[in-house]
Write a protein that binds this ligand. Structure first.
Ligand code: S3P
Length: 747
């Protein structure tokens, strides 16, 4: 959703656009259409351009130079410089001579380094009034005729303010872009230029060079006659304005040369591979590129409208009510999906995976293994083919491994990478960067690993390669499957035997899967141990549906009168069934049907129907077995009669959010009697009202409160819901299938 079309406040008094090309004219047209300022003035040297702009209703007033209007401009007015990059200096000189220091000035040039340098030289230092900017939008069309009021809808605009830039001026320019539908972010000048050199300037150079070299050959008519879609797609941007691109090529020389040199050397290598019929190199490059392209489509930030929309933060709005009658299959298990990539990559041979969770967390793991040189085909509707490289076949990644929101990935990676020959850095998103990693770094150090963390044992983790690890016997201070798995994975590379003892049973997917790959893990009571020196043999993996995702729909059925939900093919590993046990203790009508085994994991269909729930004291032995399901179990408790008490669950405070506090806060917003304690919560069931909840970007909190809408008496809105895609990309669709009226809007 964009902001356009809403009734709005004025952003500035007068908007003066210097240069009525595609960008300038589109800003003017959008601002005028939206009524964002009292007057839009266009400046162009060409009277024909000014006439066209007036006729098309793009501007209110036309002048041929800044001096004709400069004396009228004052604080609250905006001058937008939208001329070819190498002409910006002349315009800045006019601005410096003619404008008073309170007028806000901005530009739209594609290169920021030289603009900032020019401004500093012309003014003596960077003037506070100048906000360098760059809209990542455009088209191969140019000129006032191509102006479009929705050119910026959902597109990014990068502002590169420097230390001297006035905050008030930045705020005004941000408001202007946002009001015409853009998504604004700020960035350092050099970073902007390096990124744009790679993502925009280089592709233009390649397109121009290709078309030019084909066009200058004798046979060019023939070639163009038969050129099909691929040629057209690849060269579309060679129809862009040559003057503009000459200017950009010169203005961003250094950054463009850096990336061009890299690509030229890759080309040389590719030429050699073609020449020498080096099939392996060709398949490697093409597969990696194809997969990186898929990954880019699915999770990366993109200037395209649809993707940038997906990345701007979202709010869910839920009308009260729903029927909770359906047969559903929720996506694949997240824990098993991560592990399938890890062990498949380290095995010898081809591992085929079915039912892989195409959520952002497991996709981040997949990409990280590609970054370490593993060839992985897919995902294609949950199917993957992993060409394992063996335990010692990983390659040093060229950049830090980005693990998104995933604590599981970071903790398991740290074990797996602590004994490699190469250095590696593990980074993540804002939420992951706050999570404790000392719990894995400490025992790994005791094994001989060299790991640096940020203050407080937080990410990023820098792991030094080339160290010999030694097996340890580790008694875990907390019940954590991630810590256990980390030690076992490090144990694959450590001398001797590595043993982990857990204070309570936690999910055992790592042990099961290692055994499935033919690696012996000895399990006795609360201990699991393995000896290094073995190998993993590729196999087929069927990932069952995630019980943690199914839990939302179990609770949906348990709290909605008249409900009946059948969940197909759900993993019911005994270390994960706490939610079934707790709901049953609360009086829910839960049936586990057709129990069977799939790929070393027990699965079943689960049917849940409504029956009035009662509050209980949740047995502490169920806590690790339901650790991810408490947000939605709290919703069940809010709908139960009487009091539900949870203790022994302090681990909930260090999940993707502090799930005790965030859930208690949200329940209180809805009028539920909920009290957070150090290690749990007390909830007295009762009516559920409406209100605005902050999920703190925690996927399971967002989904839990969505389910609460089934029993709410008024609308529930939930902020920061993007991360639902980390574990449950089809949640919205399935929520609607049980009658929830869920709308998604930009925040
Ligand atoms: C997981 C273990 C659990 C769980 C997480 C997934 C795993 O974390 O909360 O969502 O896949 O090993 P802890 O080990 O921190 O309990």
């Amino acid at each position: 959703m964009t902001n356009r079309g809403a009734s709005r406040e004025m952003v500035c008094d007068r908007l003066v656009v210097i240069g009525l090309g595609l960008i300038g004219a589109s800003v003017a047209a959008a601002a005028r259409e939206q009524g964002l300022c009292r007057e839009v003035v266009g400046i162009s040297r060409r009277s024909s351009t000014l006439e066209l702009a007036l006729q098309a209703g793009i501007i209110d007033r036309a002048v041929d130079q800044l001096s004709a209007i400069a004396s009228e401009l004052k604080s609250g007015d905006v001058v937008l410089i939208s001329v070819p990059t190498l002409t910006v200096a002349d315009v800045l000189r006019d601005c410096q001579n003619q404008l008073c220091g309170t007028v806000t000035v901005t530009d739209v040039a594609s290169v920021k380094g030289n603009v900032v340098e020019m401004a500093a030289t012309i003014y003596g230092k960077m003037p506070a009034q100048f906000v360098p900017g760059h809209p990542i939008a455009g088209s191969e069309k140019s000129g006032v005729n191509a102006a479009s009021t929705d050119l910026f809808d959902g597109h990014r605009v990068i502002l590169t303010p420097v230390e001297e830039t006035g905050l008030g001026h930045v705020g005004r320019i941000r408001a202007l872009w946002e009001a015409i539908g853009a998504v604004v972010c700020c960035m350092e000048v050099a970073r902007h230029d390096a990124i744009l050199a790679a993502t925009s300037h280089l592709p233009h150079l390649l397109a121009y060079a290709l078309v030019d070299s084909l066009a200058s050959g004798d046979e060019h008519r023939e070639i163009f006659r038969y050129a099909a879609g691929g040629f057209r797609d690849f060269t579309r941007i060679a129809a862009s304005d040559p003057v503009m691109w000459r200017d950009i090529a010169l203005a961003n020389r250094t950054a463009i040369l850096n990336v061009l040199d890299r690509v030229l050397s890759d080309f040389t290598r590719l030429r050699q591979a073609v020449d020498q019929a080096d099939q392996d190199h060709l398949i490697d490059v093409f597969t990696r590129a194809r997969d990186a392209r898929h990954y880019f489509e699915s999770v990366s930030e993109s200037p395209s409208m649809s993707l940038s929309k997906a990345r701007s933060e979202t709010r869910y709005r839920l009308a009260p009510g729903g029927h909770s009658r359906a047969t559903l299959q929720v996506p694949g298990d997240k824990s098993i999906s991560h592990r399938s990539i890890m062990l498949g990559s380290l095995a010898e041979g081809l591992t085929e995976v079915n039912g892989f969770l195409e959520g952002e967390d497991s996709l981040a793991t997949l990409q990280a293994f590609r970054d370490m040189g593993v060839l992985i085909e897919g995902p294609d509707d949950g199917r993957l083919a992993i060409h394992g490289v063996g335990l010692n076949g990983l390659k040093a990644p060229k950049k830090p491994l980005y693990l998104g929101n995933s604590g599981t990935a970071m903790r398991l990676f740290s074990g797996l990478l602590a004994g490699q020959a190469f250095d590696v850095e593990l980074i993540g998103d804002e939420s992951l960067t706050k999570r404790p990693m000392g719990r894995v770094a400490d025992p790994l150090r005791a094994m001989g690993a060299v790991i640096e963390t940020a203050a407080g044992g937080r990410p990023p983790l820098r792991i030094r390669g080339g160290n010999t690890l030694k097996g340890i016997e580790y008694k875990m201070p907390m019940a954590s499957a991630q810590v256990k798995s980390c030690i076992l994975l490090a144990g694959l590379y450590a001398e001797g035997v590595s043993t982990v003892e857990e204070p309570a049973p936690t999910r055992d997917h790592t042990e099961r899967m290692l055994q499935g790959f033919g690696y012996t893990v000895v399990r006795e009571g609360s201990r699991a141990e393995l000896r290094s020196g073995g190998g993993l043999k590729a196999r087929r993996i069927d990932v069952p549906s995630d019980i943690s995702s199914a839990a939302f729909f179990m609770v949906a059925a348990a709290i909605t009168p008249g409900s009946d939900i059948l969940l197909r093919h759900v993993g019911i590993n005994p270390t994960r069934v706490g939610v079934l046990n707790i709901l049953t203790l609360m009086g829910a009508d839960v049936q586990v049907l057709d129990e069977r085994e799939a790929g070393g994991e027990p699965v079943a269909d689960i049917r849940v129907r409504y029956s009035g729930l009662v509050g209980i004291d949740i047995p502490t032995d169920q806590v690790p077995l339901a650790i991810d399901e408490f947000p939605v179990i709290f919703i069940a408790a809010a709908c139960a009669s009487g009091k539900t008490r949870l203790t022994g669950a302090e681990e909930l405070r260090v999940k993707e959010s502090d799930r005790i506090q965030v859930m208690a806060d949200g329940l209180q917003v809805l009028g539920v009697d909920a009290e957070a304690t150090d290690d749990g919560m007390t909830i007295v069931g009762g009516p559920i009202g409406g209100g605005l909840i902050d999920s703190h970007g925690d996927h399971r909190i967002a989904m839990a409160f969505s389910i609460a809408a089934l029993r709410a008496r008024a609308e529930i809105s939930i902020n920061h819901c993007n991360n639902v895609a980390t574990s449950f990309p089809s949640f919205i669709e399935l929520a609607r299938a049980i009658g929830l009226q869920l709308d998604v809007e930009d925040m």
